[in-house]
Every structure is written in structure tokens, then in C-alpha cells.
Write a protein that binds this ligand. Structure first.
Ligand code: PGA
Length: 257
């Protein structure tokens, strides 16, 4: 892996920001961190995200699996979110994405991979059950996160309380537009709701690694790091956590400080 990294641009006792040469090297750093965790504790609990951003992390882990024998077969994983009402067999469901990009390609035991049940008849109960299953697994050791153009983490849109827990939420038109690229029918095909871990749920992870790539994320990243810590910027809540690493490419870092 190339480590043509500049020095961290911000370092506090709890939050480290690294600007990598490019997305691939940032993803490689996240994969190395996961690999180190799994080697020290094979039964570690991972928090896994979907979307374009984490895909290169999973590809880098696949490479480590092949070249270094990284073994994730005893690890557990909890997904951040799922669309409400989507058929889980559709390729756009986060169940399908996690099955393909994480469970099968990284060799996790499917019984130890959990995704919020967006098809549950009672979403309040499903949300509660999801919180309980994270808790009974001992909590998430390392959470991988992306960030939305509007600063969302998981599907916690601006306005979400920083102590929110897993719940059903409405997706903003902006988020549905951003995700339309994954759906054949465009924005009208994108579900209007999701079941997502809350910001408070995410903050319970013992360690968090957020990645952001491209100039389209620059403003959300700068607001999260330097704006006020409030509900208008869900990702700003990460500044309250004790162990966060933010891995950026140059474009995503371009409006920071
Ligand atoms: P993306 O989504 O990685 O597909 O840009 C990130 C997010 O919305 O959290």
C-alpha cells in the first residue's frame, strides 16, 4: 500500500484526520486497521456501511484475505441501515449489498452478519430488536462510515438528534437523488424511508473510521470538523467520540481549514 500521506491536519486526543494521496490509499489504511483488529481479536464486531465509499475498503480486505490469509470467519458484523419496504432479494437492498461485498467476499459467517429488518411489519419493534442484538454481541468494536453530501451518517439526516437510536426515518429528496444511481427507475424507485442505526447507536462503537472521497463531500466534511456541533450536521457528533479517524482524499479535504 502506498502511504504517501501528509501529516494529520487535525489531531486532538480523540479525532485524527488523515489526507491520503487518493481514495485507494485511504481505503487501504482502513483495511489495515480492520485487519490489525481482527488479528488481535478474531471475534471482533465490525460495523459495516454501504454506498460507494466503503467499497474500496472491502476490496482491500479481499486482497489482504488472499495475500495475507486474513481470516474474518469468526468476526461479526452489523450493517448501519436498510431501506424500508424493499424486497431484501433486490440487488439494491443493503442486505444484498452486504451479502455480496462483505459476507461472501470476505468469508464472514452469514449467521454473524446482521442487517436492520426494513421489511418488518412493526418497525419500532425491529429497531428495538436491532439495538438489543448489537448490545448482546458486546457492542461494535470498529464502525466504518461514509458521509452524505448533507452530512448524514447512516441515514441520520440533518435534524437527527445526536443521541438517537435505531429507528425508521424519512429520507430527504437529496439523499434519494444521490442514491438514484443504484436504482434502474431513478429517484421514484428509491424508497422514501429507511431503518437506520441512530447517531447515538453509532457513537457507542468503540472506534470509528469515517471515509470521504471527492469534492462533493468537501463541504460536509468541513462542516463536520469545523462547524458547530449540532443537529444540522449529523457527522459533527463524531467530535464527541473518543476514538475517531477521518480518512480523506485531497478533494474531500479541500475545504478543511
Ligand atoms: P456514498 O454514500 O458512499 O455512496 O457517497 C455515503 C453516505 O451516504 O453515507
Amino acid at each position: 500500500m502506498t502511504t504517501t500521506t501528509t501529516a494529520p491536519v487535525h489531531t486532538s486526543s480523540s479525532l485524527r484526520v488523515v489526507v491520503a494521496a487518493d481514495a485507494e490509499s485511504a481505503a487501504g489504511m482502513a483495511a489495515e486497521r480492520i485487519s490489525a483488529l481482527i488479528r488481535s481479536r478474531p471475534t471482533a464486531v465490525l460495523g459495516v456501511a454501504t454506498g460507494s465509499t466503503p467499497s474500496p475498503v472491502y476490496r482491500a480486505l479481499q486482497t489482504l484475505r488472499r495475500t495475507e490469509g486474513l481470516d474474518l470467519s469468526q468476526a461479526s458484523a452489523f450493517a448501519l441501515d436498510e431501506y424500508v419496504g424493499i424486497d431484501p432479494r433486490r440487488p439494491q437492498s443493503y442486505r444484498s449489498v452486504i451479502d455480496g461485498e462483505v459476507t461472501r467476499s470476505l468469508g464472514l459467517d452469514p449467521l454473524r452478519v446482521a442487517i436492520p429488518d426494513g421489511s418488518a411489519p412493526d418497525l419500532v419493534e425491529a429497531a428495538h430488536a436491532y439495538e438489543e442484538s448489537i448490545r448482546s454481541a458486546g457492542g461494535v468494536d470498529l464502525q466504518i462510515l461514509g458521509i452524505g453530501h448533507n452530512g448524514h451518517i447512516g441515514f441520520n439526516e440533518p435534524g437527527s438528534a445526536h443521541d438517537s437510536l435505531t429507528r425508521a426515518v424519512d429520507l430527504t429528496p437529496e439523499t434519494r437523488r444521490a442514491n438514484a444511481r443504484f436504482f434502474d427507475g431513478g429517484i421514484d424507485d428509491v424508497p422514501t424511508q429507511a431503518l437506520t442505526q441512530g447517531i447515538g447507536t453509532i457513537l457507542r462503537a468503540r472506534e470509528i473510521v469515517l471515509l470521504a472521497f471527492g469534492s462533493g463531500k468537501a463541504e460536509a466534511v468541513a462542516r463536520a470538523l469545523e462547524g458547530s456541533i449540532d443537529r444540522s450536521s449529523p457527522a459533527s457528533a463524531l467530535r464527541r467520540h473518543q476514538a475517531v479517524t477521518i480518512l480523506l482524499d485531497k478533494a474531500a479535504a479541500s475545504m478543511v481549514g
